[in-house]
Write a protein that binds this ligand. Structure first.
Ligand code: ADP
Ligand code: MG
Length: 317
């Protein structure tokens, strides 16, 4: 047993760090991180939860890729998986400092907080590698896109009328490689930030580990993390307060609670959009199937209410 407090893995959505329409300056991101960490600090202060944090990295890794691209003549560009590692450090730094400052104001500045650069093992035979679907990085015109396809072997695709983009595979996470190190930190009372951006995708080959250009869904990787730290609660914070059935139809209806069986049925019926809500519900289902107590999907500002059963969507056995 890791502790008597309820270990809770919190998966933060994109809007926790950058709001739609923002350019992504350091000050903008720090202001958003502060609002987010105020919620997290409340949870810590209540003394009821031991938190482990994971987060998305889409806009941040997008900007790092753009910086690599535009400065490639003067500074050597890095592979996508190294950009992913950079984004974990960037976001981890902002969060661990901000959370520390807020906790220190509440007299809890002695709680250790650490970010773990996290590798996540994927299967090189995962079907996703035959069918890259996840757009990453800058937009190109068709001609530039075709050059990248020829010269770098990128897969490129037209993205909803907005231009051409590189697409990469989105394989299923198998194992958080640093799980033992993370467990030890959690046991030693640290708040841990891990598996950012879904983790750095790696494969095991010939006895070694190697990075691969792919993007792992952060909610699915968050579920692996939750199981590894023996979390009781998996809290997915996004930009909607509740999961909806019959989403965007006249029959749309908020879902307050679902049993595992109900959640599986709704999932099979196709209520949740691929690439956004579907992986969250899939991750919640996997968590309960793996022995988790409660999976909650809600918005950042309702996190504390949702933990008390007063908001959001809760899935239990
Ligand atoms: P995050 O950055 O938090 O992972 P996503 O955009 O990936 O955010 O997922 C949240 C989005 O999922 C919501 O903003 C909403 O537009 C969309 N969504 C798709 N299907 C549903 C549904 N059935 N109920 C609620 N939201 C849904
Ligand atoms: Mg998402």
């Amino acid at each position: 047993m890791i502790s008597e407090k309820k270990v809770t893995v919190i998966a933060l959505g994109g809007n926790a760090i950058l709001k739609p329409g923002q350019r992504g300056t350091f000050d903008e991101q720090m202001a958003n991180v502060k609002t987010t960490c105020e919620q997290l600090a409340q949870m810590v202060e209540s003394g009821r939860y031991k938190i482990v944090i994971t987060h998305g990295n889409g806009p941040q890794v997008g900007n790092i890729l753009l910086q690599n691209e535009t400065s490639k003549e003067v500074a050597a560009p890095m592979p996508l998986y190294v950009c992913g590692a950079q984004s974990q450090g960037l976001i981890g730094y902002m969060m661990q400092q901000t959370l520390h400052n807020l906790l220190a104001q509440k007299g809890k500045g002695s709680i250790p907080i650490a970010t773990v650069v996290t590798q996540v093992v994927v299967d090189s035979k995962d079907r996703a590698f035959q069918n890259p679907t996840k757009p990453v990085g800058p937009f190109y015109d068709e001609e530039q896109a075709k050059i990248l396809e020829r010269e770098k072997g990128y897969h490129v695709r037209e993205d909803a009328g907005r231009g051409w983009r590189r697409v990469v595979p989105s394989p299923d996470p198998i194992e958080i490689f640093e799980k033992e190190a993370i467990r030890q930190l959690v046991e030693a009372r640290s708040i841990v930030i891990a598996s950012g951006g879904g983790g750095i995708p790696i494969v095991r080959e010939d006895g070694g580990l190697f990075g691969v250009d792919a993007v792992i869904d952060k909610d699915l990787a968050g579920e692996r993390l939750a199981v590894d730290v023996e979390a009781k609660i998996f809290l997915i914070l996004t930009d909607v307060e509740q999961v909806k059935l019959n989403y965007k139809t006249p029959q749309e209806k908020g879902l307050s609670h679902a049993t595992l069986e109900e959640a599986k049925r709704y999932h099979a019926e196709g209520h949740f959009a691929k690439g956004s809500m579907e992986p969250k519900v899939r991750a919640a289902i996997r968590f309960i199937e793996s022995g988790g107590e409660r999976a909650i999907i809600t918005s950042l500002d309702r996190a504390v209410d949702a933990l008390e059963g007063k908001a959001g969507t809760t899935i239990t056995n």
